[in-house]
Design a protein around this ligand. Structure first.
Ligand SMILES: [Fe+2]
Length: 272
């Protein structure tokens, strides 16, 4: 409460008025989702952020325990911070996100880091690369929840895409904020990515790949005229009646994406 009481107060009231209830049972659902990932022999799990509501220490401790069943090894787990995780300047100063996920923010190309652990690069087998960026930042004003990818991270991605280690791999670019909504239109200035146009220009250099995001609570895929890679929004894995995720299969440079849903008491894949 010392840190922007207005922001925490507004967030707390919002949470108590109903948002919190929409996440009841989230821990049990995550357990089921981990069962699903194990049974499907998933090679790599990507979390697109918003592990917490207000970035408190207690929430981070709960989140870290909840994601442990997904961590077969750090090399097979990628996560980015959401705006709810980077809620206040105190959270940033105390490095709560970095400390919570210590050991899971490693990169296969450490010389490309320019901003704390970012960008995180994972090289999967011989044909897939994942590049994860941080787009979350504190928003002191209660009604703002916009994000921004720092310019040095975007420059680092431009360089990464030229590197032989990335080469002809299928590239997943991951950040919390959605480059567009389900109909392809931009998000609002107070909720979206502030430098989305620059981000899209960087993503346009990906010849074969996909752009992954969260933040918007719907699970959708959309093609933008300016991008070769398709955009996939995970939505929320645990929010009541909106539970969703994507399962990707990359073979011979081609991607098959299948949407997952919570049906009755477990996660299931939709028909392709
Ligand atoms: Fe978010």
């Amino acid at each position: 409460m010392r840190d922007w009481p207005g922001k925490r107060l507004a967030g707390g009231i919002n949470f108590l008025r109903g948002r919190g209830r929409r996440f009841e049972g989230a821990l049990q659902k995550l357990d089921r989702l981990a069962d699903f990932a194990r049974s499907g022999d998933v090679d790599l799990v990507v979390f697109s952020g918003d592990f917490t509501a207000m970035g408190t220490r207690a929430e981070f401790a709960t989140a870290r325990a909840a994601i442990q069943p997904f961590v077969r090894s750090p090399a097979e787990f990628v996560c980015v911070a959401g705006n709810h995780d980077i809620y206040t300047r105190t959270v940033v100063r105390e490095k709560r996100f970095e400390r919570t996920f210590e050991g899971l923010l490693e990169t296969d190309l450490p010389d490309s880091r320019v901003d704390g652990p970012w960008p995180i690069v994972r090289l999967l087998g011989d044909d897939v690369a994942v590049i994860a960026l941080n787009s979350a930042k504190p928003n002191p004003v209660p009604w703002r929840s916009s994000g921004r990818i720092p310019a040095e991270q975007l420059d680092a991605v431009r360089r990464l895409l030229q590197r032989p280690e990335i080469g002809n791999r299928f590239v997943f670019i991951v950040t919390h904020y959605a480059p567009c909504l389900e109909d392809g239109s931009p998000d609002t200035p107070t909720h979206g990515l502030e430098n989305v146009e620059e981000y899209l220009r960087v993503c346009a250099d990906v010849r074969r790949g996909a752009v992954l995001c969260g933040h918007v609570h719907q699970t959708y895929r959309v093609r933008l005229p300016v991008l070769a890679p398709e955009v996939f929004c995970a939505g929320s894995a645990t929010m009541h009646e909106l539970e969703g995720f994507w399962l990707f299969d990359v073979r011979n440079g081609e991607i098959t994406a299948t949407r997952g849903r919570w049906v009755e008491d477990r996660y299931r894949l939709e028909a392709p």
